[in-house]
Design a protein. Structure first.
Length: 328
């Protein structure tokens, strides 16, 4: 098992993705998992869910380099999930977003290299392509910083996983389907939180340093989601999603990679496409057996789910209980 007897640090670890990582890491017998975040209440709540002596909790902010450095001591793997990710908040308070989403990454790169961490895995977003919002821009810059870190760090390997819209579950009960309000006429990537956690762990296993790993994800129409949820019994207090106008910085259709990136993208397997940046010499050699991406779509030819397919996926993952007849 890849993570047996290792020490793992998860920044922003009290979020839904942190829960997913912990659930999938514990059976692999790590020596220690460190949850690093700035919210005491969330850490206490998490400690009550996972009563396990291998998990420790560290109050700290990624903006605080000294605290982050202390948390990184003797760590083998870092999963960097800490971010300010609300698009409108980032637009309204850009200075705060940059302090966390970029300053935090700069701090992490420095302390991870100094502590000779084996691998740093950065959770990015499809909002980085193209960066139409400040949030997306901060994620795009974060990817560049993480990739560039491989050019001067001989010990640590740094890589990115560019995820899509995360459908959230906690404690095996649905807590959130993206937004109680959602803009109509959008096309988004679907990624279940437990799959995102699995893919992060797989990326940590296969990544050599410098890659941007792109999960293969289906697309869904937000209009279809609104239709399904307003006609189904949700496993949560809110019973409907209200359509709203797009927020500042939002795009109508998410894409997975740019046209420029497509020329340096390979097909790794059924889970991942991988972008191999030219600034990392020799990286392509390690993937010589993988074919290049040949389709011309910036969504990498991801299928758009039909209403019935999407409804079945939501039922399968426990988001809705009562299936209503859908549009054919």
């Amino acid at each position: 098992m890849r993570f047996q007897n290792t020490i793992i640090l998860i920044t922003g670890g009290t979020g839904v993705l942190g829960y997913g990582l912990v659930r999938q890491l514990l059976p692999q017998n790590p020596a220690k998992i460190i949850i690093y975040s700035r919210n005491e209440a969330n850490q206490v709540a998490m400690s009550r869910v996972f009563e396990d002596s291998r998990i420790s909790y560290y109050i700290g902010d990624v903006r605080d380099k000294a605290a982050l450095s202390k948390a990184c001591e003797a760590v083998d793997y870092v999963f960097h999930l800490a971010e300010i990710n609300h698009v409108a908040l980032c637009e309204n308070q850009p200075e705060e977003a940059l302090k966390t989403n970029i300053g935090g990454i700069l701090n992490l790169i420095e302390v991870a290299a100094a502590n000779e961490v084996k691998k740093v895995i950065y959770w990015s977003s499809d909002k980085a392509v193209p960066p139409s919002s400040l949030y997306g821009l901060s994620k795009a810059i974060g990817e560049k910083l993480i990739i560039h870190a491989n050019t001067f760090s001989s010990a640590a390997a740094f890589l990115c996983v560019r995820g899509g819209t995360l459908f959230e579950t906690r404690h095996d009960t649905v807590r959130s389907i993206p937004g109680s309000s959602m803009e109509p006429n959008g096309i988004r990537f679907f990624l279940h939180s437990k799959d995102a956690a699995r893919l992060l762990l797989k990326a940590a296993s296969i990544g050599k340093g410098g890659e941007v790993l792109l999960p293969v994800m289906p697309l869904f129409r937000t209009n279809d989601l609104i239709e399904i949820l307003t006609g189904s019994q949700l496993d949560r207090a809110e019973s409907a999603v209200k359509p709203v106008q797009p927020q500042s910085g939002e795009t109508s259709e998410d894409i997975l990679l740019s046209e420029y990136e497509r020329t340096s993208t390979i097909v790794y397997d059924d889970d991942f496409l991988i972008i191999l940046p030219a600034i990392i010499p020799g990286l392509k050699t390690g993937y010589a057996s993988c074919p290049p991406l040949t389709d011309n779509s910036t969504s990498a030819n991801s299928p758009i789910l039909s209403v019935d397919q999407f409804r079945s996926l939501l039922v399968q993952n426990g988001y809705i209980q009562d299936i209503q007849p859908g549009r054919q």
